[in-house]
Write a protein of this length. Structure first.
Length: 255
């Protein structure tokens, strides 16, 4: 099973090396790593040249943001299954993609996902937020739930059938995408109760309170656009639904 991993980045020289090493260290034998850069002006390209031994495709050009980059990656992906790993994310261990392939070997499964931890941007052994997911049941999206997108692996055929990221949503197009796939189109998913991804804090959607509010407003808009009858206070529901993740983080220890 060929797995395509897409990394969309911009001025990511400080962290991209860790992401490249993480993908290259995976034990799965058939990996296509696609790097879509938004025209960086730092040393991103130098990092790719130095550490990108596992990179299959490298493209650097101006784009309309991270989700535009992800869509470009989707057009280039040739794998049976596609996953996304941001330029400040790493896999928790070297067998993550082995486990993805084993799960997706079941032809009845369209996508799988697992758990994720957020860590301090500098002290990457300090857990800030522990995103524990669950098996999907109807009504979860209406309560602000979504699977952690960097752990979400989907068959390429699903993207070909239902499309990629909606650029109308600058901060929450991943929420819109998984909502459409799982809630609207009813794809068959499997939750794996394991930690698969370590993500640094400070990403686009959580780097300040204003962006967090904008993102939640976008998520509300996506729900309404996709026919979910959610009330305006859905925005607060989504915010409060994350609080247990911060509480659980205090009990999560890393080596």
């Amino acid at each position: 099973m060929k797995i395509s991993i897409i990394t969309a980045c911009y001025n990511a020289a400080d962290t991209l090396g860790d992401t490249l090493d993480s993908v290259a260290s995976q034990n799965h034998s058939d990996i296509e790593h696609i790097i879509i850069d938004g025209g960086s002006v730092d040393e991103t390209e130098k990092i790719v040249n130095e550490k990108g031994r596992g990179v299959s495709v490298w493209r650097s050009e101006a784009d309309q943001g991270v989700y535009d980059g992800m869509n470009k990656g989707l057009l280039l992906a040739s794998g049976d299954v596609v996953g996304f790993l941001n330029a400040d994310d790493v896999y928790m261990h070297s067998d993550v993609l082995v486990k993805v392939a084993a799960t997706m070997a079941d032809p009845s499964i369209d996508a799988c996902y697992a758990d994720l931890i957020y860590v301090d941007r500098i002290q990457t052994n300090r857990v800030v937020r522990h995103w524990t997911s669950q098996n999907y049941v109807p009504g979860l999206f209406e309560r602000g739930w979504m699977p952690a997108h960097p752990t979400f692996f989907v068959r390429k055929s699903i993207y070909e059938k239902f499309g990629g990221f909606n650029l109308r949503y600058r901060l929450q197009s991943d929420f819109d995408l998984v909502l459409r796939f799982m809630r609207v189109h009813g794809i068959k998913t499997r939750y794996i109760p394991e930690l698969w991804v370590r993500m640094r804090m400070g990403g686009m959607s959580n780097n300040n309170i204003l962006n967090m509010m904008r993102g939640n407003i976008e998520a509300y808009s996506s729900c309404r656009a996709n026919g979910l009858n959610v009330p305006p206070w859905f925005i607060l529901t989504k915010i409060f639904s994350r609080l247990p993740q911060f509480i659980k983080a205090h009990r999560t220890k890393l080596d």
